[in-house]
Design a protein around this ligand. Structure first.
Ligand code: NAD
Ligand code: ZN
Length: 374
């Protein structure tokens, strides 16, 4: 049983007392085709004709039908961004500079359209548009003191939960860490499952499994509480429907979008665990993207999450997903040490997964053994 004070300490290393008072997305539109409402959602938020909306859009959508539906007005700016690599602090700084150079007025807001990469970028740009310095200065917990610009998130892949979370995960010059703050969370989200129609199958699986793994790690963690459990259980049920049952495609898209939302809500008040910690190592050293990295690690975690891994393998089989192999076969001992250090640096994730005495339960050798299988 967690006491109030140690729950606070474990969930986030902030300085407040008592239980976390965390922000939620205050406004959300859900439904197939709801993207068409974006114009009316933004209209009352337009400060004046000189204060544009900046749309950061995954470049997958360049020349697509979706672009014609973006409600551009006045001097609004549409910027296509590649999601080939995960977002970087320098990329955020460059975008903010571009916006500052072009517009005298502060924009009315930032709209992010894409997967977790674009959703995180847009959150970070909204924060840095109103805060001094560089994005890397704010990687950590509660370092942002000025409210961000109004920002709207529109996911086009389901799974990361970035649409609800209070973090934006960025690769900085010396660390991969989120800007975790009360100002990070979106002011408005539009959940239109139709936008995910074009996601390739493998990507659908990898990002969907991010959600599934959020549920498993949250539900099997020591930080679990009724809040996280209620969201985590619902998300898990939806994931099971999507990945193990034969349901119509439109229903499946609806359900996965809501699974992502609930999965994100679940970890907001608990934590992720072993797969995420080790996936951060893979991503830091090798640039492996979050969803795939989680899958690569999770397949070997039957010792930690036996049931979760059993169903994960069933899902892989059902959807004929074959994960890449030999990823770590060429690595040096120094490479392994780097990944192990990054993974073991995520104290809260290990504490959630294994309890207060996690340091007695896990060794660098044990991690290396898992990495060597990947
Ligand atoms: P992604 O945004 O990296 O995109 C993956 C690929 O899918 C890209 O090639 C992209 O162009 C393409 N794509 C996006 N939408 C598409 C569509 N509708 N049709 C076809 N292709 C499409 O994928 P992701 O898995 O959603 O996001 C991963 C990122 O999310 C990582 O950077 C990770 O750190 C971040 N993340 C953030 C949080 C958070 O709480 N902030 C949580 C988990 C993950
Ligand atoms: Zn994740």
């Amino acid at each position: 049983m967690k006491t109030k004070s140690n729950l606070k300490k474990e969930i986030t290393p902030d300085k407040t007392t008592g239980y976390r008072n965390f922000p939620m997305v205050p406004r959300v539109v859900f439904g197939q085709g709801s993207f068409s409402q974006l114009g009316e959602v933004l209209l009352p938020r337009r400060k004046n004709s000189e204060a544009p909306f900046i749309f950061l859009v995954d470049d997958f959508f360049e020349n697509s039908e979706l672009v014609n539906q973006i409600p551009l007005m006045f001097n609004d700016e549409l910027i296509f961004v590649s999601a080939e690599e995960e977002p970087k602090t320098g990329q955020v700084d460059a975008l903010v500079e571009r916006i500052r150079d072009k517009f005298e007025e502060l924009p009315s807001g930032i709209v992010g359209i894409g997967g977790g990469t674009l959703l995180d970028l847009a959150k970070a740009v909204a924060i840095m548009a109103t805060n001094k310095g560089k994005a890397c200065d704010y990687q950590g917990w509660d370092l942002v003191h000025k409210p961000a610009l109004y920002h709207v998130g529109i996911p086009t892949i389901s799974g990361t939960g970035a649409e609800v979370s209070r973090t934006t995960v960025l690769l900085g010059p010396d660390k991969k860490l989120g800007i975790n703050s009360d100002f990070t969370t979106y002011d408005q989200v539009i959940l239109d499952p139709d936008l995910t129609k074009t996601v390739p199958k493998k990507q659908w699986f990898y990002t969907g499994m991010d959600c599934y793994i959020h549920c498993i790690e949250s539900l099997n963690g020591t930080y679990l509480n009724a809040f996280s459990k209620s969201y985590g259980e619902k998300s898990l049920e939806l994931c099971m429907d999507v990945f193990l049952k034969d349901i119509p495609e439109a229903e499946s898209r609806d359900k996965l979008m809501m699974a992502s939302w609930h999965g994100g809500m679940s970890i907001a008040y608990s934590q992720v665990g072993v797969a995420h910690a080790m996936s951060y190592g893979l991503s830091y050293l090798l640039g492996i993207k979050h969803g795939l990295g989680n899958c690569l690690v999770f397949q070997h975690l039957d010792k930690f999450y036996p049931e979760g891994v059993k169903y994960f393998k069933k899902m892989m089989g059902k959807h004929q997903i074959v994960l890449p192999t030999g990823i770590c076969s060429h690595l040096t001992q120094n490479d392994f040490d780097i990944m192990i250090n990054v993974a073991l640096g995520m104290d809260a994730l290990w504490e959630n997964a294994l309890g207060n005495d996690w340091k007695n339960k896990i060794t660098p050798d044990c991690l290396q053994e898992i990495y060597m299988k990947i």
